[in-house]
Design a protein around this ligand. Structure first.
Ligand SMILES: Cc1cc2nc3c(=O)[nH]c(=O)nc-3n(C[C@H](O)[C@H](O)[C@H](O)COP(=O)(O)OP(=O)(O)OC[C@H]3O[C@@H](n4cnc5c(N)ncnc54)[C@H](O)[C@@H]3O)c2cc1C
Length: 616
């Protein structure tokens, strides 16, 4: 129900202006958004702590779009006087918001902090999905997946260690049964080793479909790629002398030069690829950032390793539920009894979240879930005000808290929620483009059909997604120490919405529209059809071999940094500069998107900077 307009004389005469308990303070989220009900949208949401929190849920999305559409304007007044006061209120309970709370209470002991998060659990993009198959738990990541063992002496290692996590590589399952001779990686991203199978369909004139296993080991022999494309993909068309090495230092001249180009032009010049090859056969170009390579800054791919050098000898690592593992360590550090188990890998992983412990009075940090912040405003002039009012909606009702300082760690809603934000900052945020991404987690009852044919990972070029891989889990009680093809496994299909040739903004809008208006049942049917088409010949049966599907719809998944995002373009400063340079009054800005890379290390670093600025 929309808020009622101000009472006119006739309604006043009916007592519409009387102060009573009213339903009109309740914001009823629309039952359909983009034509979909909650059921069409969310589908099966999984088990355990993260049930009913798969991706951007219908409830969170409907509330978020209420901000965009100005539906809460009338509710702000209804919130009344602030109900509580905190030293710091943090908007957004992802890794960045929680890192802000950790930094705040560490640097300002004795002060209080409230995290307001719009989903049913903390973690943001770092959450996990859980299936149960014949009593066994099968767990994987919803979004943020890998961590990268930090170097000794780095501030990231200090941060990890501060919460009791050593940041070291994990112990993974060994392979058993028919899988014993396969190459199986530790993360959900394909290794492209000898256990890769490539599937070719209609696009290659193969309506019945064909498989080539170990395509790279075979130098693409037997694949239906055109000969020139093969040469390009095998690196035989690379310039004899590399056109230039990777940049060495953040912000050096070469970084800036690359930032003025797009990723596709870099790939053409650096790797000897044609535009057509990139667009047709390398859909995941530009770091799989969600947009096509022609609209992404040429330096974007290099930035994570320059900014966050890591111990590459240990490889990228992944908890069973991805970086939900990091988020759970953060919760344990903030509110230890909310994760009652011991402070150890398995304690943090296995304990069940005690939701009742998240938001109790008298604890330094409180986490309030299902709370969508829709209005943030200084109480007075931003230059001189001593507090900020933060208004949010919870269970359909508006509430207000007073904050002596605020960290905005929610990302894409920030510029719409700060009511007194200056135009300079709004203009900056308008240049942040976030692409949608759908993470479809499919739980297989077994993967014998793959192992028997010598593969543990596969890639394809049309239909939904482009690849998935079976992975070895870190050893926990629930996973056991061996991985056999008879065991249920999760596989993740990342579905992105690139449209090369279109401006970034349009790719984002069109992709989002498509993802947000497609019901669960349609995605489910497509996934089942695709699996049957690809694997039916190997004995796969979609009726018995799929135990469950969970969709995680991320409407604003990836910040895609366009040319100039990092260091500015044509003499204009980088848009994010104004947001990172200093707080606006008592409000500072965090979230990974300010770094231009989607990486939890950036979430942490941006939070530390923001809190440092506020406390200074
Ligand atoms: C598909 C995918 C895969 C990724 N893989 C990796 C990976 O392998 N490794 C890696 O390091 N990084 C990865 N990332 C990057 C990821 O963005 C970061 O790791 C990190 O999880 C981001 O944390 P954050 O706190 O900065 O933002 P978010 O996780 O987006 O957290 C912000 C939170 O604020 C909430 N919020 C927003 N507005 C409001 C509001 N108005 N009121 C209340 N709450 C609000 C949001 O719903 C969200 O929960 C991946 C991202 C995606 C989308």
């Amino acid at each position: 129900m929309n808020p009622l307009p101000p009472a006119d004389p006739p309604s006043a005469s009916l007592g519409m202006d009387m102060k009573i308990q009213r339903e009109d303070h309740v914001f009823a989220a629309p039952t359909r958004v983009y034509g979909l009900t909650a059921e069409d949208w969310d589908g099966y949401t999984g088990e355990g702590d993260y049930a009913r929190a798969n991706g951007n849920t219908h409830a969170a999305m409907a509330a978020g779009h209420g901000i965009r559409d100005g539906l809460y304007a009338g509710l702000a007044a209804a919130a009344g006087e602030p109900e509580e006061t905190y030293d710091c209120v943090i908007v957004g309970g992802g890794i960045s918001g929680m890192a802000a709370a950790q930094t705040f209470v560490q640097k300002a002991p004795g002060k209080t902090c409230l995290i307001l998060e719009n989903h049913a659990i903390f973690g943001g993009e770092a959450r996990r999905n859980e299936f149960r198959v014949d009593g066994r738990r099968v767990i994987t990541a919803q979004g943020s997946a890998m961590f990268f063992p930090p170097l000794p002496g780095s501030s990231l290692l200090a941060f990890y260690e501060g919460m009791g996590f050593d940041g070291k590589g994990l112990d993974y399952q060994t392979l058993a049964g028919e899988a014993a001779d396969l190459e199986v990686g530790n993360t959900l991203y394909a290794d492209e080793g000898r256990s890769l199978g490539m599937y070719f369909g209609q696009l290659f004139g193969q309506p019945e479909g064909m498989w080539v296993t170990d395509p790279w080991g075979k130098q693409l022999e037997g694949t239906p790629f055109p000969p020139e494309v093969k040469r390009q993909l095998l690196g035989q068309t690379k310039p004899a002398n590399p056109w230039t090495p990777a940049p060495k230092q953040y912000g050096d001249a070469w970084c800036r030069e690359l930032d003025s180009m797009n990723q596709e032009d870099v790939m053409i010049r650096r790797d000897g690829l044609t535009r057509e090859t990139i667009r047709t056969y390398q859909n995941y170009a530009a770091s799989a950032a969600g947009a096509s390579a022609d609209v992404i800054s040429g330096v974007a791919d290099y930035i994570p390793d320059i900014q966050f050098p890591w111990d590459t000898r240990q490889d990228a690592q992944m908890f069973p539920g991805g970086n939900a593992g990091i988020a759970r360590y953060q919760l344990k550090a903030l509110i230890p009894h909310a994760l009652p188990g011991p402070l150890s890998l398995s304690g943090v992983f296995e304990s069940k979240v005690d939701f009742s412990a998240l938001d109790r009075p008298h604890q330094p940090v409180r986490v309030r879930l299902n709370a969508t912040v829709f209005a943030v405003k200084h109480e007075g002039s931003p230059e001189t005000a001593s507090s900020v009012a933060v208004t949010y909606i919870l269970d359909g009702k508006p509430h207000r808290v007073r904050a002596r300082s605020v960290v905005m760690a929610g990302g894409w809603t920030t510029w719409r929620t700060i009511l007194d934000l200056p135009e300079t900052h709004r203009a900056a945020y308008r240049q942040f483009y976030r692409m949608p991404c759908l993470i479809a987690n499919v739980c297989l009852t077994n993967w014998r059909f793959m192992a028997r044919n010598g593969i543990s990972e596969c890639a394809w070029f049309e239909g939904l997604g482009r690849a998935f891989t079976v992975r070895r889990m870190p050893v926990f009680d629930f996973s056991g120490s061996t991985l056999s093809p008879d065991a249920p496994v999760p596989v993740t299909i990342k579905i992105i919405f690139t449209e090369p040739g279109l401006p970034l903004e349009q790719q984002a809008l069109r992709g989002r529209m498509k993802m947000l208006s497609t019901p669960f049942s349609e995605y489910e049917r497509s996934i089942r059809e695709q699996f049957q088409q690809m694997f039916g010949r190997w004995g796969f049966d979609a009726r018995t071999d799929i135990a469950g599907i969970i969709l995680n719809r991320w409407g604003h998944a990836y910040l895609c940094a366009q040319p100039g995002f990092f260091f500015g373009l044509n003499g204009e400063p980088a848009p994010r500069g104004v947001l990172r340079r200093a707080p606006f009054g008592r409000i500072a800005f965090a979230n990974s998107d300010l770094s231009g890379i989607m990486d939890h290390r950036a979430s942490i670093a941006e939070a530390q900077r923001a809190v440092g600025q506020l406390l200074a």
